[in-house]
Design a protein around this ligand. Structure first.
Ligand code: LER
Ligand code: MN
Length: 276
């Protein structure tokens, strides 16, 4: 593999609260799950956190330290999924609450050296809201959040998400346009291979276009199973990612099929095999 990484940083999504989101492979008892994740060979865990107020940070750090796990990224989509908070809601109070919620992640992200993910908290196009209006709200919200995060050296990564989940930023080209509009060094993209397979004309070319703006990566196969469970070519995809100079984590976000443990093991086995 050109652009080969000697040691791939591998993480997997863990939800700190119960969630309806099906592709959070692990959720539930913290210590037991992090023990499992580390035992499988992962060196990181991506934390899905609905509200940082609900997280016992000292306890969390203790357990992360015990299992020698890093936290590359914090997922925030449950604020949308469970509470309906979004940057583009027609109700200004909801938009304000969404901005405050994302800003409340900044101290935790700073402590854990994690990127804050902007997934569905950007919202969907609600009835009565025009696309240009939603994009204005989105840009303003991101400017407020990135400028607050900058003081703490925290980065934000917006995830292009496929058209069946939102109509706001589905692909890399729209994401890169938003990056130039927001105009902040600490704002980049999270590339998710499941969404890319639906939306990108050519996955490796889109990865190349992002270059240094790749702040985080989610892997799932074409059917959102673990890599190897579908028909994506992860050798080509990982090569393109590492060729940009990316040294961050490759984070598994896939369905817990046939079960969470098998999926986590298959992911790590299959990705490590690509290095040999
Ligand atoms: C979250 O990372 C994601 O990929 C979305 O599909 C969530 O709805
Ligand atoms: Mn994702």
């Amino acid at each position: 593999m050109t652009g080969k990484k000697e040691k791939m940083n591998l993480s997997i999504v863990y939800s700190t609260q119960q969630t309806k989101f099906q592709a959070a492979t692990f959720s539930g008892e913290l210590d037991a799950n992090l023990a499992k994740i580390a035992g499988y060979g992962y060196n990181g865990v991506e934390l899905a956190i609905r509200d940082p107020q609900l997280v016992e940070l000292v306890e969390l750090e203790k357990i992360l330290h015990k299992y020698n796990l890093k936290v590359p990224a914090i997922g925030t989509g449950q604020a949308w999924g469970e509470e309906g908070l979004s940057f583009t809601d027609p109700d200004p109070e909801i938009r304000k609450a969404a901005i405050q919620r994302i800003q409340s992640h900044i101290p935790v992200a700073e402590k854990l050296h994690a990127v804050i993910i902007i997934g569905l908290v950007r919202g969907i196009l609600k009835p009565g809201v025009s696309h240009p209006q939603a994009m204005d709200w989105l840009r303003e919200a991101l400017q407020q959040c990135t400028s607050r995060a900058k003081d703490r050296n925290v980065r934000l990564a917006l995830e292009p998400i496929n058209r069946y989940e939102t109509s706001l930023i589905n692909n890399v080209s729209q994401g890169m346009d938003l990056i130039s509009d927001v105009n902040a060094d600490n704002f980049g993209l999270l590339l998710d291979t499941f969404h890319m397979n639906i939306e990108e004309p050519q996955i490796e070319e889109s990865i190349r276009i992002c270059g240094k703006r790749i702040f985080h990566v989610h892997v799932a196969d074409s059917n959102r199973w673990y890599p190897g469970g579908g028909h994506l070519d992860f050798r080509l995809i990982l090569t393109a990612i590492f060729d940009t100079g990316y040294t961050g984590f490759i984070s598994g976000e896939f369905l817990p099929y046939p079960d969470a443990d098998t999926a986590a093991l298959e992911n790590i086995d299959n990705l490590k095999l690509l290095l040999n």
